[in-house]
Design a protein around this ligand. Structure first.
Ligand code: CDP
Length: 358
């Protein structure tokens, strides 16, 4: 199962909040800054005069049991913000002191477990953008889109210093860089859900980019993945010419249906076979398998689906199923050798085709 979440993880001040907000506006979907949730817990401890360095796990449990955190609009036309026990702390959550407290409470397993449920619950209403440290690894390991955003330590320190109210008075570039490095260290070394890039996350180093370039890069990646995931469904009404003397679709036609499907799938992916041939690549069939399960008749409406199931070296395997309603009529596959038409020799599968591999 995949969660319809755009997960953005990365170190402090890497630009996550800005790009998450921009993405949410561009796509018209909600955005959750999960760092605010940890900041909210640190804020609550502070309200109760508890020091995150010395508080006991039991005391934290007691506080959490008596805490309500939600994401709500403070005013009808304002963007949603964190509400704790009925209060909107707003900018108070952004102070350097609360940031440091957040990083400490974030190492506590009971805090993470408590916030995990809250975060998962927030994704139930449809696609959302969620940013933090462990969204693509621990909260939504099955997120549909994953990004790991980073920037060089100096760029991040400069960005943080430019955010008013987020650093202590008299902070310098060096002191902010040190502060950020200490938090990154704590976030990356903790035992529970440490900050790390999920294997399948797209790495985005935005050190040299303006925010609109980061946004465009991520929007392009999202679109690319959506195009890849879109399943091709070919609909076909059986003509008289496809049937045999028994009044059913002649068995050899199914291989023609497989071919029609392949053509459609490639066009859907922006890769027409005609164009590939013009560019000197051919995909002759070297193996075909079709298993027949049920018959089709004149005027039946067939749906043909399939996928690139394997692509290795010079070979590509494309699976196919033919159905009439829910009834499976035939399934099978074709294996193709990728040929360089100029010198009539096998060649590696082009990267564009590899991308279709599911
Ligand atoms: O804005 P900045 O990147 O500086 O921090 P934040 O996103 O507000 O997060 C504050 C702290 O919460 C981080 O330093 C992490 O320790 C913690 N955090 C976390 O552990 N897991 C998350 N998903 C989000 C934040």
């Amino acid at each position: 199962m995949t969660s319809d979440v755009i997960a953005i993880d990365g170190p402090a001040a890497s630009g996550k909040s800005t790009v998450a907000r921009n993405l949410s506006e561009a796509l018209g979907i909600p955005y959750i800054n999960t760092g605010s949730l940890y900041r909210a817990v640190a804020w609550k401890l502070r309200k109760n005069a508890l020091d995150p360095d010395t508080v006991s796990p039991e005391e934290v449990d007691r506080i959490l049991a008596d805490t309500r955190i939600s994401y709500e609009k403070p005013a009808p036309d304002a963007p949603p913000d964190i509400r704790i026990d009925g209060v909107f702390p707003g900018q108070e959550l952004r102070s350097a002191d609360i940031a440091s407290g957040a990083s400490k409470v974030a190492t506590m397993p009971n805090v993470r477990a408590w916030l995990l449920d809250l975060q998962r619950g927030m994704a139930k209403l449809g696609r959302i953008v969620m940013e933090g440290r462990d969204i693509g690894t621990a909260v939504f390991p099955d997120a549909r889109f994953k990004f790991f955003l980073t920037a060089s330590p100096m760029v991040r320190a400069r960005r943080r210093l430019a955010q008013s109210g987020e650093t202590v008075d008299g902070a310098t570039l060096e002191s902010v860089a040190r502060d950020i490095a200490a938090r990154d260290e704590q976030d990356s070394r903790r035992a529970v859900a440490p900050l790390k890039r999920a294997e399948d996350a797209v790495l985005v180093d935005n050190s040299e980019w303006e925010s609109h370039q980061t946004l465009q890069f991520m929007l392009d990646k999202i679109k690319e993945k959506e195009t890849m995931e879109k399943e091709t469904v070919l609909n076909y009404r059986v003509p008289y010419a496809d049937t045999d003397q028994m009044g059913v679709v002649y068995y050899a036609n199914y291989l023609k249906y497989f071919e029609m499907f392949r053509s459609e799938m490639l066009i859907d992916a922006g890769l027409s076979y005609l164009q590939m041939e013009k560019e000197g690549i051919a995909l002759p069939v070297i193996e075909a398998v079709c298993r027949y399960k049920s018959s089709a008749h004149f005027e039946d409406r067939l749906t043909i689906t399939g996928r690139v199931a394997e692509a290795k070296g010079v070979r590509v395997k494309i699976e196919c199923e033919v159905r009439c309603g829910v009834r499976l009529l035939a399934d099978g596959y074709t294996v193709h050798a990728c040929m360089d038409m100029k010198n009539n020799r096998p060649t590696r599968v082009p990267p564009a085709l590899l991308k279709l591999l599911k």
